[in-house]
Design a protein around this ligand. Structure first.
Ligand code: BEZ
Ligand code: FE
Length: 288
């Protein structure tokens, strides 16, 4: 007797039910929901695509390679999540911006805790770097009512003009282009850095293979990563993106939105030791 499409569908539905039942005793309600819904989604994926054994084997080889590419300084799984827009989707769900809030944006794989504290107006430039355009980036951290938040921590990290982060570039000092600052009594921050440049995400691992297969450019629009935190407020991870960058519309991580784009304009003040100024304010949501 031959197996019909209806038989197959019935068997698939029974299998899904049995598998979900196997995880139905997880005590934590939310974890149970996540596990059983994830199981549902992957089973639907298999049914809809007709995924073959060979295809699943190569998928497992790909995911294994992603895991093997991870180490203390490299997080290939975060990169994968960024490339398929998952990080941006999760962030948008988590950080429910209202009009006027600063939108959140991807953290990327290069954040390292413990950057040095820098004084107001101080510099995060540690190394001499050819092609660096020095800029003062400054602004205020506000709450939703427009009040400046005193003592908020502004934690920043970015690439050097050679398009690499200190985190992965042996040639750079550990703290080059990384720093933290506390806002003053009006919620102000100000630091000197270099105008960021666009860069390619790492392409020498499995994610690079995916980018090549999709014939994408793999470029991130230029940006300075910023994490702003203060007691009583939701931590905001976002980025400041210089206007005019050629990759704003096609950023590989799908993470540039209009409110994060800012003009780096020439400084008018004679005697400034920076050439450019960028003004950018952050608005934090109270934590619930
Ligand atoms: C980053 O901005 O550091 C980044 C984001 C997504 C993928 C790779 C890098
Ligand atoms: Fe980045």
């Amino acid at each position: 007797m031959s197996v019909t499409g209806a038989d197959k569908a019935q068997a698939a539905a029974r299998l899904l039910k049995d598998v979900q039942a196997a995880f139905a005793k997880i005590d934590d309600r939310r974890l149970r929901e996540l596990v059983t819904k994830a199981i549902h989604s992957v089973h639907v994926f298999v049914a809809e695509t007709g995924l073959s054994r060979n295809e699943w084997d190569s998928s497992l080889r790909f995911l294994t390679a992603v895991g093997q590419a991870c180490n203390e300084k490299r997080q290939e799984f975060i990169l994968l999540s960024d490339l398929i827009g998952l990080s941006t989707a999760v962030d948008s769900g988590e950080y429910n911006s209202e009009e006027g809030d600063t939108p959140s944006s991807v953290e990327g794989p290069f954040y390292i805790e413990g950057s040095p504290l820098i004084e107001m107006g101080g510099s995060i430039i540690v190394d001499e770097m050819a092609g660096a355009e020095v800029a003062m980036v400054r602004g205020q951290v506000f709450d939703r009512s427009g009040k400046g938040i005193v003592g908020a921590e502004v934690d920043i990290w970015q690439t050097a003009p050679n398009r690499l982060y200190a985190a992965t570039d042996e040639a750079q000092s550990e703290f080059n282009l990384r720093g933290r600052q506390k806002t003053d009594k009006e919620g102000r921050y100000a630091f000197q850095t270099v105008k960021p440049v666009p860069y390619s995400v790492p392409r020498d691992g499995p994610c690079g293979t995916l980018i090549k297969a999709s014939r994408g450019h793999g470029m991130r629009a230029a940006h300075i990563h910023v994490r702003v935190s203060a007691p009583g407020y939701k931590t905001l991870t976002t980025q400041i993106c210089p206007a005019g960058d050629p990759y704003i519309e096609s950023d590989v991580a799908f993470s540039v939105v209009a409110p994060l784009v800012v003009e780096f304009r020439p400084s008018q003040q004679a005697g400034d030791d920076f050439r450019l100024i960028a003004d950018f304010d952050f608005v934090l949501q109270a934590s619930t």
